[in-house]
Design a protein around this ligand. Structure first.
Ligand code: PHE
Length: 507
């Protein structure tokens, strides 16, 4: 019966059920049998977790108020457009000068197909488009490994797969795998390796058209010239190019990936619209959370004035490192758990160019160049192809590299990023630049973290106090999920908290 209902769309199908636990949003009708009414809920933090909490509770008529310390909702979901400005903890003020239609997703920028973030985009009417996370035309450049010029991903893959296949075929031929594989198995393995590495019947890698061409194949008379010379196996392994290939095997990073059309902040903008602007107070920095026997009082400062708000429940959806610095009466176990959420650093710079030279000159349409430089990754935009301008992410780095850039002035950050990018892309990386905007999460007021690391994961005993309410105070955030540093984690954590709170109100 369930299967039939599933086919009719009346029950979750087995396939959907295997992907995620069924979530059922609170509904107004839930209260009719119990006679109870929706409660007043104050939500601290207007990032994705806080907004999703207000949005989901709002479906059943809960009276929600969101307190957001910054002047806009979204939290780390921050899309920088021309005119947007930001002040970091070192006192650097930047105002973006990007042209109309150009933007930098300073925080989240890619969504995997399995993530509930896409369900929210569908539900909220936020159009999405493909985000190109890997591109065989993008570059790899390992300066410390002695590379003097970048290689294309496709070239690196052809060489690494080719030599690995040849070596495995050789080992098989010498009987090194006789204990593991039957003669038939070995034949099948060799068949796989011939295709995987393009090593031919001689089982030797001598280069491949997969490496690319110095003259592309064209009309009759122009068969193309394959890229050469082919490096030796030793040179290929010494260059370290293969270390980046496994990135795209990850469950959360595999293509296809998606982004909202026009900027990631289309998501918080849609949530904010659905919740209703009158329910959201921006510029409202929480100063104290007090759990009481029959309610919660939250003290906050807005426009220099201290105010309080009373509610039946509170959902603390602000970063744990910020809550740890905020007065509360939630007890030492909560405080210990909050302090055990270790904040991480990450930064990005958006470089706006007056021409899309990476498309016209380098034939790169989106994707990511990988390096061992301190800029780490260079992202080419997955929108606006063939347009006039474009914004490249000139660095997306984490940890010590991110903090090193953060300590520089915005001008110095730009100069350092450009000086390194020139090594890969040539002089246009400098000469076509019109403006830049850099952003560092560890140094951003009221956030002070790109994401958090929870030793042992969110279910480790020390974090127990955050996975259940303390009195009438609940917690939510991507850090309390197995998808930290993803909006999916914030959404699913919010759903879990909403479900628990709603069950309690109905009980
Ligand atoms: N979600 C972020 C990103 O995709 C941070 C992250 C990176 C998380 C890599 C997991 C793995 O850039």
């Amino acid at each position: 019966m369930l299967a039939t209902m599933g086919a009719l769309g009346l029950a979750p199908t087995a396939e959907a059920a295997s992907r995620e636990p069924v979530y059922r949003a609170p509904r107004p009708g839930d209260f009719t049998l119990t006679g109870r009414g929706a409660a007043r809920v104050v939500i601290v933090g207007g990032g994705i977790a806080g907004l999703a909490t207000a949005y989901e509770l709002g479906k059943a008529g809960y009276d929600c108020t969101v307190l957001e310390a910054r002047d806009r909702t979204g939290g780390r979901n921050f899309t920088v457009r021309g005119g947007d400005s930001n002040l970091d903890l070192y006192g650097n003020r930047q105002t973006a000068r990007f042209a109309d239609g150009q933007y930098l997703n300073a925080g989240p920028a890619r969504i995997a197909q399995w993530m509930v973030t896409l369900d929210y985009c569908r539900e909220l009417g936020v159009p999405v488009e493909v985000f190109t996370n890997t591109n065989s035309s993008a570059y790899i450049y390992n300066e410390k490994a002695g590379m003097t010029a970048p290689v294309r991903y496709r070239t690196a893959k052809a060489d690494v797969y080719g030599y690995v296949s040849e070596l495995l075929a050789k080992a098989t031929g010498k009987g090194a795998l006789d204990a593991e594989l039957t003669a038939d198995d070995q034949e099948r393995l060799l068949e796989f390796l011939r295709g995987f590495g393009d090593i031919g019947s001689k089982l030797a890698y001598t280069g491949s058209e997969r490496r690319g061409y110095s003259v592309d194949p064209a009309a009759a008379g122009t068969p193309g010239v394959e890229l050469g010379p082919v490096p030796s196996a030793s040179e290929v392994f010494a260059s370290g190019v293969g270390r980046y290939f496994s990135f795209e095997f990850g469950y959360d990073q595999a293509m296809l990936m998606f982004q909202p059309v026009g900027g990631m902040d289309r998501i918080p903008a849609a949530l904010t619209r659905e919740i209703g602007g009158h329910r959201i107070k921006t510029g409202a920095a929480v100063e104290k959370i007090t759990d009481k026997a029959h309610g919660v009082t939250v003290t906050y400062r807005q426009n220099g004035r201290v105010r309080t708000i009373d509610a039946d429940y509170c959902v603390a959806a602000l970063p744990p490192n910020i809550l740890a610095k905020t007065a509360h009466n939630l007890g030492p176990a909560v405080q210990t758990a909050l302090e055990a959420c270790r904040p991480s650093s990450a930064g990005k710079i958006g470089l706006e160019y007056r021409s899309r030279w990476w498309e016209s000159d380098h034939r790169i349409y989106g994707g990511i160049t990988e390096t061992d430089l301190d800029l780490a990754h260079v992202w080419y935009p997955s929108y606006g192809h063939h347009g006039r301008r474009g914004v490249i992410v000139g660095y997306y780095n984490t940890g010590a590299s991110a903090d090193a850039y953060a300590q520089l002035s915005p001008r110095e950050r730009e100069a350092r990023a450009v000086a390194q990018g020139v090594k890969i892309h040539g002089e246009k990386y400098r000469t076509e630049l019109v403006s830049s905007f850099s952003h560092h999460w560890r140094q951003t007021p009221y956030l002070e973290a790109a994401w958090h690391s929870l030793s042992g994961g969110p279910d480790a005993p020390v974090f127990d106090p955050l996975n259940k309410p303390t009195g009438r105070v609940y917690f939510a955030g991507d850090h309390l999920s197995y998808a930290d540093a993803w909006q999916h984690g914030a959404f699913t954590s919010a759903r879990k908290t909403v479900t628990a709170l709603h069950e309690r109100v109905l009980a």
